[in-house]
Design a protein. Structure first.
Length: 395
């Protein structure tokens, strides 16, 4: 029996721990928070992604398509609310049509069930959209990710594992055939460690003697929710054609599993790694981002779209105008503030984003260094990959 400490009680860490416990390993999950899924997992739109956007052959493309199936199957098997509702990606201007066609080609390359539709066909799915063309993606869904995490905790405990919350990992050190995990409450000894530390992944890697190669820079995604009287304007999911100048998807509309409609997120630099508001500032985190050359190189390449994101952050009217490009009936009066999320984005020194999932191994350690969206969708597939990497690290 292998003793493994898993750091992080988001959906990726819990999926890894459940897989290890299910095969008979002795597992302890450690997380500094008082509950599971408090950060990226519990603050997203709840979307099960199809694999539409990702480069063919990438981990994201393969794991998202497989993950959509495994996540849906798991949720149904555990009685967790899940729907395969499909989505529309809509071109609102003629100049966006080439980008829409490129998405259709990528969908075909990635084996995603999608087809181009006319404006009239698009309105059959979403009667209130305005578009000159659209892509209908059938396999996109929505799910209760915090509910999935609670079920995974049950799986871990059923396999003899433990979940220790409110315990922060300070450092990890490998010595011979043992790994020593120092926390703010105890010194733990194990045969191996898997670190799924999300917003703090690079720091924990460095504290474990590993060069993470990229730095986590936090981007806050701010959401609104449509007022009940306007929620009927959206049946499922409505996305824009991504702006090729900007690394994020743009604000979109998502009917959540509870029936509410989320609008967003935008993407602005957060002033703390857990900075869910403009007023949350961490000097350490600001200095960390500001002294990373890659941050400035990324900023220089994205001045115009970055300024638009900040404007949307500061002005609900600007946010509403972006949504009205998709659904013209939406006005600023229809928006209600909703909780924000923070994306842990790994950026290389040259300013390029780490676009794919990034996992790095060391003797008796495996670190998940970059797992942004669609990591929740692909969490069971990531877990399978991580466990294979762990077995290789122990060989």
């Amino acid at each position: 029996m292998t003793r493994v400490v898993v750091v992080g009680a988001g959906i990726v860490g819990l999926a890894v721990a459940a897989r290890l416990a299910g095969r008979g390993d002795e597992v302890v999950v450690v997380d500094k928070e008082p509950a599971v899924a408090l950060h990226q997992t519990g603050r997203n739109s709840g979307v099960i992604h199809s694999g539409l956007y990702y480069a063919p052959g990438s981990f994201k493309a393969a794991m998202s398509a497989a993950g959509a199936r495994s996540m849906t199957a798991y949720a149904r098997s555990r009685g967790i609310p899940v729907q395969t509702c499909g989505k529309l990606v809509v071109a609102t201007e003629e100049h966006e049509l080439p980008g829409l066609h490129r998405l259709a080609q990528r969908a075909e390359a990635n084996g995603v069930d999608a087809r181009l539709v006319t404006p009239a066909e698009a309105r059959d799915y979403e009667p209130h959209v305005r578009c000159v063309g659209a892509l209908r993606v059938e396999s996109t869904g929505i799910v209760d990710y915090p509910g999935v995490c609670r079920a995974l905790v049950e799986d871990i405990e059923a396999g003899g594992g433990r979940v220790r919350l409110g315990e922060a990992v300070v450092a990890i050190r490998t010595s011979g055939r043992r790994v020593h995990v120092r926390t703010d409450q105890a010194d733990r000894e194990a045969d191996a460690v898997v670190a799924c530390a999300g917003l703090h992944a690079d720091r924990l890697a460095r504290a474990s003697g590993i060069d993470p190669e990229a730095r986590i820079v936090p981007f806050r995604g701010e959401y609104f929710e449509l007022a009940p009287g306007a929620a009927g304007l959206v049946r499922g999911l409505v996305y824009p054609v991504p702006d090729p100048r900007f690394p994020f998807l743009g604000v979109h509309l998502t009917r959540m599993i509870d029936g509410a409609v989320h609008a967003g997120p935008n993407a602005v630099l957060a002033l703390a790694r857990e900075g869910y508001t403009w007023s949350t500032v961490s000097t350490r985190d600001v200095v960390d981002a500001a002294t990373w050359p890659g941050m400035w190189r990324l900023a220089r390449r994205n001045v115009a779209p970055g300024a638009a994101e900040v404007l949307r952050s500061l002005s609900a009217r600007a946010f509403a105008r972006s949504l009205a490009r998709l659904v013209p009936a939406i006005t600023v009066a229809d928006l209600r503030l909703a909780p924000a999320g923070v994306r842990a984005q790994a950026i290389r020194r040259d300013g390029t984003l780490v676009d794919d999932f990034l996992v790095k191994s060391a003797p008796r350690q495996v670190h998940v260094l970059n797992a942004p969206s669609p990591a929740a969708t692909a969490s069971f597939e990531i877990a399978h990959h991580v466990v294979r990497r762990l077995d290789a690290a122990l060989a």
